[in-house]
Unconditional design. Structure first.
Length: 253
C-alpha cells in the first residue's frame, strides 16, 4: 500500500468511526459510494473495525460500492439504501449514442455529489444509474435530457437485476504474464510507463492495489487501472514464432 495522503488518512479514520457508531448504536451504518482506491483504503482498516461489514454496489460486478457496518448483536433485517434508475430516451428514433461521460455530466449538472452515485451502466436496453435511495426521486424528476436527447427515468428493483457491464474480447501479445507487460498491452503504453503506473498506485488486481510490476497476472483476475478502465485477464492461448505469449482479455466498455 502506498503512503496515504492527508485526505486518505481522514477517510481511513472515518471508516473506523462509522464502525464504532454501528457498534455503539446497535444499528447498521452505511458509507457513501466508494471508488476502488477508497475501498482499498478501507481494506487496510479492517483490523481496526469495531463491527462486522459487508460491501455491495447494487449488482454483482459493481465497481463503486457501499460499505455496511454491521453490529455483532443485530436483531433486525436491513437492506442497502441503494436505488437503480433505468434511463431511456423518450424517442429512440432521435436518440444519440450516449456515453458514460455524457450521463455522468448530466447528473453532476443537477448538483449531485459523485459519492452519492454508484455505477452507470449502458447497454442495448437502456442506461442504469445506481444511486443513494434518498436522491432517486430528485434524479427522476430532474434528469430530463442528456446532451440533446430527451430521457425519462423509472426505478427498477435492485434485487431483480441481472445486468453486466458491456465488454469486448480483445487479443494481444506480451513478453510474459508480468503485470507491467500486461498493463502495457491492454493500455497501449510502454512497459516502462506501465511500471510507473503500477509503482504510483494506479493499478489494482481483484480490487487490491498492487505496487510490484513483477507480480504475475492469473487467468480470471480483474484488472482496474485508475482513470483508464477495467479489464478481465482471460489468459494465454499460444505463442508467436518469437516465443511471445498470445493473450485474451475482456475490456469493460
Amino acid at each position: 500500500m502506498a503512503a496515504m495522503t492527508k485526505e486518505e488518512s481522514l477517510l481511513a479514520r472515518r471508516f473506523v468511526d462509522l464502525s464504532r457508531q454501528a457498534g455503539q448504536k446497535d444499528i447498521v451504518v452505511f458509507s457513501e459510494f466508494l471508488n476502488i482506491n477508497e475501498l482499498n483504503i478501507f481494506k487496510q482498516e479492517i483490523p481496526n473495525l469495531y463491527s462486522g461489514y459487508e460491501i455491495f454496489g447494487g449488482y454483482e460486478l459493481s465497481e463503486r460500492q457501499m460499505i455496511a457496518f454491521i453490529p455483532d448483536a443485530l436483531c433486525y433485517t436491513w437492506d442497502y439504501p441503494i436505488a437503480c434508475l433505468k434511463v431511456s430516451p423518450v424517442n429512440r428514433k432521435f436518440a444519440e449514442e450516449l456515453t458514460h461521460r455524457d450521463v455522468l455530466g448530466s447528473l453532476m449538472n443537477l448538483g449531485i455529489e459523485r459519492a452519492k452515485l454508484g455505477d452507470i451502466l449502458i447497454n442495448e436496453e437502456g442506461i442504469y444509474v445506481f444511486c443513494e435511495e434518498k436522491i432517486a426521486g430528485y434524479l427522476m424528476e430532474g434528469l430530463t435530457r442528456i446532451r440533446h436527447t430527451a430521457v425519462a427515468s423509472e426505478e427498477v428493483h435492485v434485487g431483480s437485476l441481472a445486468i453486466e457491464p458491456r465488454k469486448e474480447l480483445v487479443e494481444g501479445i506480451i513478453a510474459s504474464n508480468r503485470l507491467d507487460s500486461v498493463i502495457a498491452c491492454i493500455c497501449k503504453i510502454s512497459r516502462s510507463q506501465a511500471s510507473q503506473w503500477i509503482k504510483g498506485g494506479k493499478v489494482f488486481l481483484d480490487n487490491r492495489q498492487i505496487l510490484q510490476a513483477t507480480v504475475e497476472c492469473k487467468p480470471g483476475e480483474l484488472i482496474s487501472v485508475r482513470s483508464v478502465g477495467r479489464f478481465r485477464f482471460i489468459g494465454s492461448f499460444g505463442e508467436t514464432r518469437k516465443g511471445r505469449l498470445k493473450i485474451q482479455y475482456e475490456k469493460y466498455i
